[in-house]
Write a protein that binds this ligand. Structure first.
Ligand SMILES: Cc1ncc(COP(=O)(O)O)c(C=O)c1O
Length: 313
């Protein structure tokens, strides 16, 4: 996030932050520490800022950059980055930055078609590698902007330090995490083996089935229909389920989920289903959730989650 912003802005520039939750808000802190002037468009958690609202705001002043979080992991809502990209075509001076951390390699993102200037993700999400690598794409507009800035205050995250190494990896700037790069290479091999389009479709098929199964069990989803991403589900508990008990029992059944963030702590769990998961993982996850509900004495029609999966998958 910091690398994206630092390479295309200078102190005193205006940045528009489109935030649909916790990770969108993180850009505010990053930009303010850099002495950038920030304007923020926020959506209620579970919803997304509409492209028309973004367009209206962009007309108000000259923004050096705009940030959008594709999937805010705190809410499970997916921003309409393609439609936003169409809007951005009318604002050629604004660099379009997309945080793809919980999306890239799981959700469709065609940087050229969508007009995205910078897209980045972490190796640990839909690439399905261990944590440790930042993967960042920067297009022509972003690189030209970087050039126009001269020397920037940041050192390690300066594009211009890394580009010569990308062009000739035998050169030295900083010790690369070669172990992670080998792991990423294997992940890219798996992605190519599956086919990227098939991978995107699989994420949609699985998330639709998982969400339907969870709803059949009595859970509700935070992200509103139409704005749901395909990489994770942010799941609100029905009446009578205690978050800590549920997650501890579910872990014993073999499934680790994360808790809700900020106002949703204790009210929700976050279930990731991105990367190299298969149908078996989906069935065993819903089975583990059912076993957990039974252990906690929750009254519901047993097997209804698995039955929904069998119908939907
Ligand atoms: C959308 C989004 N952006 C940024 C981050 C930060 O990534 P990291 O924790 O690898 O620094 C996360 C982490 O979950 C995220 O989900």
């Amino acid at each position: 996030m910091e690398m994206a912003v630092s390479n295309v802005t200078k102190k005193g520039d205006n940045v528009l932050i489109v935030s649909n939750g916790f990770f969108g808000d993180r850009f505010i802190d990053i930009c303010e520490r850099k002495g950038l002037n920030t304007d923020v468009l926020s959506a209620p958690w579970g919803q997304v800022v509409p492209p028309e609202e973004i367009e209206k705001k962009l007309k108000e002043k000259n923004y050096a950059a705009m940030t959008v979080t594709h999937v805010d992991t705190a809410t499970g809502a997916g921003a309409p980055i393609q439609e936003i990209g169409k809007v951005m075509k009318n604002f050629p001076d604004t660099v379009y930055i997309v945080d793809g951390v919980a999306a890239t390699a799981g959700e469709r993102e065609y940087v050229d078609d969508y007009g995205i200037d910078i897209l980045f993700t972490g190796s640990q999400k839909a690439f399905g590698v261990a944590p440790g690598l930042l993967i960042l794409f920067a297009g022509k507009k972003a690189l030209e902007r970087r050039k126009s800035l001269g020397t920037i205050p940041e050192y390690y995250i300066d594009f211009e330090k890394w580009i010569p190494i990308m062009n000739d990896p035998s050169k030295y700037f900083a010790t690369p995490a070669v172990n992670m790069i080998w792991a990423l290479k294997e992940s890219v091999r798996l992605i190519n083996e599956e086919g990227i389009e098939a991978r995107y479709d699989r994420h949609i098929r699985m998330s639709d089935a998982i969400n339907a199964a969870l709803e059949a069990l009595g859970f509700k989803l935070l992200a509103v229909k139409g704005n749901r991403c395909s990489t994770l589900s942010n799941v609100l508990y029905p009446e009578g389920i205690n978050d800590a008990e549920f997650r501890a029992a579910l872990a014993e059944e073999g499934v680790m989920v994360a808790g809700g963030l900020a106002a949703y702590a204790g009210k929700m769990f976050r279930l990731g289903h991105m990367g190299n998961i298969d149908d078996h993982t989906v069935y065993s996850t819903i089975a583990a959730i059912e076993r957990t509900l039974i252990r906690l004495g929750y009254r519901y029609e047993k097997g209804t989650g698995l039955k929904t999966l069998l119908e939907k998958m």
